[in-house]
Design a protein around this ligand. Structure first.
Ligand SMILES: Cc1ncc(COP(=O)(O)O)c(C=O)c1O
Length: 321
């Protein structure tokens, strides 16, 4: 990947003259079945650009519980888009029938509910994948009610590899889709926003407005292309490694993983913060995701042997309470 970055052909992407960025944008648009895509620095920016191009100031956007764009994007939807986000459903997912009651009658005092965001895989739900039939039914209902639909696909490649469903099919019916080249795919930075050409052009203006227009960003795009070529199918290794963690930690409160995230609900006295501190001292990085919940993520820098060592350390710590 470093070699691909060093050898990347570059130009000024603010002038749309970087051939490597353009190649990446065309490739991702085709992969996701959309007209165009845009290279952006982060998944947060991709999500926020999507909301900005799908809505008007003052609109309301429906999201699942624990949505990344609600929890972890420093209120960007409120600050940038002046949007109100409202959660529906449970555990990050919602059904078709959850949508109509969340819509509001047209009245001067009601916000206009104009968009809905799905997240697949769902981070706070522990990397869970939207069940196919439920996703299709919810998407169809949302569309029939006139909502614009965004897919936060930061880990969509994980969803594709784990479920066997093609990316294009996972994106079908969504107006905008974000995916991350960092995270499991292993690029140092970069995410993509895919949509219609008009919306991507509008998102490009917003990207510049927010300071995300980059010059010789082909160096980063080359890492993204390399990641798509070499790190996509190997996500299956991360999913297998997540099972290793689960098998070791199931007696201590681990939830069964569907992709590369394992949630551990501690049962003893120690808090998630204490547990993560002890794990860090023994060389294992984990994130506290609540008072008692710990998030463990497998990725390409953690080969199976390292995951096995981590599983031993973590189960020892979980057992010690
Ligand atoms: C579901 C989801 N969406 C978006 C993001 C944002 O990505 P970034 O950290 O690149 O801003 C993340 C990051 O963890 C995520 O988990």
């Amino acid at each position: 990947m470093r070699e691909a970055m060093a050898n990347a052909e570059v130009g000024d992407d603010v002038y749309r003259e970087d051939p490597t960025v353009r190649r990446l944008e065309e490739r991702v648009a085709a992969m996701l079945g959309k007209e165009a895509s845009l290279f952006v620095p982060s998944g947060t920016m991709a999500n926020q650009l999507a909301l900005l191009v799908l809505t008007q100031r003052g609109d309301e956007v429906l999201v699942g519980e624990g949505a990344h764009c609600l929890w972890y994007e420093t209120s960007a939807a409120a600050v940038l888009g002046q949007l109100q986000l409202t959660t529906i459903g449970r555990g990050g997912f919602f059904s078709a029938d959850d949508i109509p009651p969340a819509l509001r009658p047209a009245a001067d005092w009601n916000p206009r509910v104009t968009a809905i965001a799905f997240e697949n895989t769902h981070n706070r739900a522990g990397g869970r994948i939207w069940p196919l039939a439920q996703r299709r039914a919810a998407l169809e209902r949302a569309r029939s009610l006139g909502l614009r639909c965004h897919l936060d696909g930061a880990r969509l490649c994980n969803a594709s590899v784990a479920s066997g469903e093609a990316l294009e099919s996972l994106c079908d019916g969504f107006d905008t889709v974000s995916i991350c080249l960092s995270k499991g795919l292993g690029a140092p930075a970069g995410s993509m926003l895919a949509s219609s050409r008009d919306r991507v052009d509008e998102a490009r203006r917003w990207r510049k407005r927010l300071g995300g227009g980059m010059r010789q960003s082909g160096v980063l795009a080359a890492a993204g292309l390399y990641a798509l070529d070499h790190h996509f199918s190997r996500l299956a290794d991360d999913h297998r490694n997540a099972r290793i963690l689960y098998d070791a930690l199931a007696p201590y409160g681990a939830l069964e993983p569907e992709s590369n995230i394992v949630m551990l609900d501690l049962r003893g006295e120690q808090s998630a913060e204490q547990f993560c501190g002890r794990a860090r001292d023994r060389g294992v990085l984990a994130t506290a995701f609540g008072e008692r919940r710990v998030r463990l993520v497998t990725h390409l820098d953690a080969p199976t042997a390292a995951v096995e060592r981590a599983a031993n350390i973590l189960s020892e710590l979980a057992a010690s309470r």
